[in-house]
Design a protein. Structure first.
Length: 226
C-alpha cells in the first residue's frame, strides 16, 4: 500500500472525528437544558449555595433560659440528633479525631484546645469556652458564627433540637457542667402597661366623713285637750 492510500485512510479518520465533534457541539447548542431555579431535592446537612458564595447570616435569636429548658430537655432525642455529628466527629471517651475533633467533654471545654487536631485559623482565633450559649448559637449556623471554619455542616435550625443535643452532650463528660438555676419569674406588678408606663398605684381608701351631729333639741310637750 503506497503513501497515497495511507493519506486517504488518515484523512477519512480525521474527517470522521471532526464530524463527530461538530455534531456534539451542534446538539449541545440545540438541546441545551437550563439549570433549574430550585433543586429537586435538598441534601440534609449541606448548606445551600448563595449568589455571593458566603454563608447566609442567621436571624438574631433570643437565648432561652437554660436553667429551665435543659432541665426539661429530652436527652434521648438529643442522642438521636447527635448521629448527624458522628459523620465527622467521634463522641466517645478517648476516641480518635476524624474530619472534626473528638467531642467528648465538649461542653465547657476551651475552643480549639485539642492538641491532636489541626484547627482552622478562624477557629483557633479564640479559646473561649464552649458554654451553653456559645453552642446554642454555633450549632444553628457554624459558618455564620465562625466565618472560615472548616466545619461545612449547615446547622440545626430547630431550637429544640439544639437544646436536646446540648443536654445530651453535657452528659458526655467526666465532670458534666452544672445546669444553671432557672431565671426568676417576672412579677406581674412590675410588668409595664400597654402604653409603656407602669400602671398607676391605687389611691388609698379614704374613710367617709360622717356629718357632725348638732345638739339635740328638747322635746316639745304635746298639748292635751283640756
Amino acid at each position: 500500500m503506497d503513501s497515497f492510500e495511507w493519506n486517504k485512510i488518515a484523512g477519512a479518520v480525521l474527517g470522521t472525528l471532526l464530524f463527530v465533534v461538530a455534531v456534539k457541539i451542534a446538539s449541545e447548542m440545540i438541546f441545551e437544558v437550563p439549570m433549574p431555579l430550585k433543586p429537586g431535592y435538598v441534601v440534609q446537612g449541606v448548606p445551600a449555595a448563595t449568589s455571593g458564595g458566603a454563608a447566609a447570616q442567621p436571624a438574631e435569636e433570643p437565648l432561652p433560659d437554660f436553667g429551665t429548658v435543659l432541665a426539661k430537655a429530652d436527652i434521648g432525642k438529643g442522642q438521636q440528633v447527635s448521629q448527624r455529628c458522628q459523620q465527622c466527629h467521634d463522641l466517645s471517651k478517648g476516641g480518635p479525631d476524624k474530619i472534626g475533633p473528638n467531642l467528648w467533654g465538649i461542653v465547657g471545654r476551651a475552643r480549639a484546645s485539642r492538641s491532636s487536631f489541626s484547627y482552622s485559623s478562624a477557629m483557633s482565633s479564640s479559646h473561649a469556652p464552649w458554654t451553653f450559649e456559645a453552642l446554642f448559637r454555633y450549632l444553628k449556623s457554624p459558618q455564620a458564627v465562625v466565618p472560615g471554619t472548616k466545619m461545612s455542616f449547615a446547622g440545626l435550625p430547630s431550637a429544640q433540637d439544639r437544646i436536646n443535643l446540648i443536654a445530651w452532650l453535657r452528659t458526655q463528660s467526666d465532670s458534666p457542667v452544672a445546669i444553671p438555676s432557672p431565671a426568676p419569674a417576672t412579677s406581674k406588678s412590675s410588668v409595664p402597661a400597654a402604653g409603656g408606663k407602669p400602671p398607676p398605684a391605687a389611691a388609698p381608701a379614704t374613710p367617709e366623713k360622717t356629718p357632725a351631729e348638732g345638739p339635740s333639741k328638747p322635746a316639745t310637750p304635746s298639748k292635751q285637750p283640756g
